[in-house]
Design a protein around this ligand. Structure first.
Ligand code: XLS
Ligand code: NI
Ligand code: NI
Length: 438
C-alpha cells in the first residue's frame, strides 16, 4: 500500500519547471572531495512529520493522515505500524539517508514502563526491517522526557528522585534501542529541564541532578559499547521559562563543570539559536571553536514570533554562513541535518510534506555549494588570516605563550611610544564577496 501514490521519487532536475524536483541538491555532485549526500547527511524526523496532527494551543489537528487516529480511528499499534510504513515511503521518495525519532513517536506509551518498553521493541523491529530494505539509517534516537504529566516539573531536574529514576529507565531503554538500530548519535534535549519560577526552584541542586544524569548516560553508553556520539540540544526556553541548556556557551560551561566535555557534543537547532538571541552561524562557530560541534536540527524561526515556529529552512545565505563554519571545522562527522521542522497548519495535504523537505534540502545544498566556493576562492580566508598576522610575530607569540607580564607590556608600549593604527575590517567588502557566491 502506498501512502503517497501521487508522488514520484524526487529527482535532481535543475532545468525543470516542475516544483517537486531538486534544483540544487544533486546528491552525487562532489564539492571539497565529498558528495553532497555525504556532506549533508539529511534526516527526516518522525515527530513533526508523522506524529504531529497540525494542532496548536488554539485549535485541533488539521491533517488527515491514514496513520493518525483522527482518520478512522483504529488500534494504536496498527496505526503506529502504518506510520512507520508511511515514514519509510517518504524517506525513500525523498532519498534521505537518515531519520530521527523519539521513543514515543514510534510506539505509544503503555500502562506501565514495562509495557512501553515492549511496545517500542515490537515496533522497532518493523523499523529495522524497513531500514534494511530501504538503505536508510538512524541519525539519532532520543527519549521523550517532556510529554507525559510525570515530567511537568522536569525529568532529571525534578524535585522528586523517583521521576529522575523513571527518566533514567526510559533513557536506558531508548539508548539501547538506538544502539541496536546502529544509530550514529543519541540526543538529549532538556525540554523540561529548567524552571518557571525561582520561587519554588533550587537551581544549584537541579544543576547537580542534571550533571549526574548526564554522567550516568555516558557511563551506560560505554557499558553497552555504543559508539555513537552523545549530543545535547541547547534551547533557551519553551516550554519552561528558563532552560538550563540555554545555548552552546551555557552547555559548554555546564559540561566542563561536571567534567563531561569529552563525552558530549551539541545538536544545534537554528530556531533555538534565534530564541537565544544568536545568529545560527554564531552557535556553530562557538561549538566548532570549542570542539563540541555535533549535529544540526535544520529549521528556521519567524522574526516576528518569539517562539519555536520550526519552519522549514529557506534562506540560502544563512546556510552558507553556517556551512562556512562547519567546513572550516572539518565538516560533518557523526552528525547530519535533521529537519526538525513542521508544516504550517493550513498546509493540509500530504504532498506539502514533500514540498517542505525538498525546499529545505535544496536550501541547505545551495548553502553548502556557496560556502565551498567561498573557501575555494580563498579571499575571505586570506583576509581573516592576515588580520591576525601580528599574533604570529614575536610580540603576539610572547603574549600568548605567557612570556609577557602586564609590566613588560606597559614597558614595551612606553619605550617604543606605541600608537597602534586601526586597519579596516572591510565588512562591507566581505559581505559583497559572500553575496557573489550565494
Ligand atoms: C524541541 C526540540 C526537540 C528535539 C528533540 O524544541 O527541538 O524537537 O529536537 O527532542
Ligand atoms: Ni530539535
Ligand atoms: Ni525545537
Amino acid at each position: 500500500m502506498s501512502f503517497f501514490p501521487d508522488v514520484e521519487p524526487i529527482r535532481y532536475a535543475p532545468e525543470s519547471e516542475d516544483l517537486l524536483v531538486f534544483r540544487h541538491y544533486d546528491a552525487e555532485r562532489v564539492v571539497l572531495g565529498k558528495t553532497l549526500r555525504e556532506h549533508a547527511r539529511f534526516a527526516v524526523c518522525f515527530w513533526h512529520t508523522f506524529c504531529w496532527p497540525g494542532s496548536d494551543v488554539f485549535g485541533a489537528g488539521t491533517f488527515e493522515r491514514a496513520w493518525l487516529s483522527g482518520a478512522g480511528g483504529g488500534d494504536a499499534v496498527k496505526l503506529a505500524e502504518k506510520k512507520i510504513d508511511a515514514a519509510f515511503e517518504l524517506f525513500a521518495k525523498l532519498g534521505v539517508p537518515f531519520f530521527c525519532f523519539h521513543d514515543r513517536d514510534v510506539a505509544p506509551e503503555g500502562d506501565t514502563l514495562r509495557e512501553s518498553h515492549a511496545l517500542l521493541d515490537r515496533l522497532l523491529a518493523r523499523v529495522e526491517s524497513h531500514m534494511d530494505r530501504h538503505d536508510v539509517r538512524l541519525l539519532w534516537g532520543t527519549a521523550n522526557l517532556f510529554g507525559h504529566p510525570r515530567y511537568a516539573a522536569g525529568a532529571a531536574t525534578n524535585p522528586d528522585p523517583e521521576v529522575f529514576a523513571y527518566a533514567a529507565a526510559q533513557v536506558k531503554h531508548c539508548l539501547e534501542a538506538t544502539h541496536r538500530l546502529g544509530g550514529a548519535n543519541y540526543v538529549l534535549w532538556g525540554g523540561r529541564e529548567g524552571y518557571d519560577t525561582l520561587l519554588n526552584t533550587d537551581l544549584a541542586r537541579e544543576a547537580d541532578q542534571l550533571g549526574r544524569f548526564l554522567a550516568l548516560v555516558a557511563e551506560h553508553k560505554h557499558r553497552i559499547g555504543f559508539r555513537g556520539t552523545l549530543l545535547i540540544e541547547p534551547k533557551p526556553f519553551e516550554p519552561t521559562k528558563h532552560q538550563y541548556d540555554f545555548d552552546a556557551a551555557a552547555v559548554f560551561a555546564f559540561l566542563q563543570k561536571y567534567d563531561l566535555a569529552r563525552e558530549y557534543k551539541l545538536n544545534l537547532e537554528v530556531n533555538h539559536a534565534t530564541l537565544a538571541g544568536h545568529d545560527f552561524q554564531h552557535e556553530v562557530a562557538y561549538a566548532v571553536a570549542n570542539g563540541i560541534f555535533g549535529s544540526v536540527d535544520a529549521n528556521r524561526g519567524d522574526p516576528r514570533l518569539g517562539w519555536d515556529t520550526d519552519q522549514f529552512p529557506n534562506d540560502p545565505r544563512e546556510w552558507a554562513l553556517a556551512w562556512l563554519e562547519i567546513l572550516r571545522g572539518g565538516g560533518m562527522h557523526s552528525g547530519g541535518f535533521n529537519f526538525d521542522a513542521k508544516l504550517r497548519r493550513p498546509s493540509v495535504d500530504a504532498v506539502d510534506l514533500f514540498h517542505a523537505h525538498v525546499g529545505g534540502m535544496d536550501t541547505i545544498a545551495r548553502g553548502l555549494v556557496a560556502a565551498a566556493a567561498i573557501l575555494e576562492d580563498g579571499r575571505l580566508e586570506r583576509f581573516r588570516a592576515e588580520r591576525y598576522l601580528g599574533w604570529d610575530q614575536p610580540l603576539g607569540r610572547d603574549i600568548l605563550a605567557g612570556r609577557q607580564s602586564l609590566e613588560d607590556l606597559a614597558g614595551h608600549v612606553l619605550a617604543n611610544d606605541l600608537e597602534p593604527q586601526p586597519d579596516s575590517g572591510r565588512q562591507e567588502m566581505l559581505e559583497n564577496l559572500v553575496a557573489r557566491f550565494v
